[in-house]
Design a protein around this ligand. Sequence first.
Ligand code: ARG
Length: 271
Amino acid sequence: MKKKLSIIWGIVLMLTVILAACGTPEEKGSDTETNKEEEKKTLRVVTDAAYAPMEYQDKGEVVGFDIDFVKAVAEEAGYELEIEHVGWDPIFVEIGGNRADLAVSSITINDDRKQTYDFSVPYFQSTNKILVPEGSDIKSAEDLKGKKVAVQNGTTGQMAMDALLGKNHEDIKKFEDNNLAIMEMESGGADAVVADNMIVEEYAKNNPDKNLTVVEDGTFESEFYGVLFPKDSELVDEVNTAINAILANGTYSEIYQKWFGNEPNIEVLKE
Ligand code: ARG
């Protein structure tokens, strides 16, 4: 009786071992797949989310054209993203110190920045424009002479004003965030704000009660935004390939349509 029992237990044990062994390959297979998903490398992206509609915060979330754009690029290149609003000046500190992998923040590609950082291919065309209260006598950049102009510190808007009024001119009021520059004008501390066209146009349109007008001036240069990287980043080529892919496959146009309601001019980015 004892012997029979131990034989039965032996068989039960063997069967358990065999069944367990059979189960393993399948489980292993699915395990590797999930691991692959998890293994997608996460890139740290920094931005100054105070530049609607390009990058801004909505209910605690960072959103905007640039955000959808960089997500599509990451998807194409096979990366996960962790996007963080750090502010404008900190972007350059984070990227310069290699603490972030890339930055998207309507950052204009220029020679000065290229000396310290790397850029992707251009992904967006822009130019500075002047935001003024309706009825203002400012009708051109030239008219800004003798007026107080609010700009975001360290932007091409500031550089344009340095060139027009003189570097560190007391009439140039610099703010760490573009929304603060706009508030300065609204509270009467400045006569105009100079910033990227998409931002001032969107602001004037979304705040009809504030009665603002946007003034264009042909002397403001055409600019192109690029993704910013630490110098010699290995990601530049991969990101460029992904940008070119989403420009070619319609994904970029879809995102552009969603935010601006019309077709982008992709040709201008290739020049
Ligand atoms: N395009 C301008 C520049 O590169 C302004 C960008 C400001 N971006 C921002 N998210 N505040 O200087």
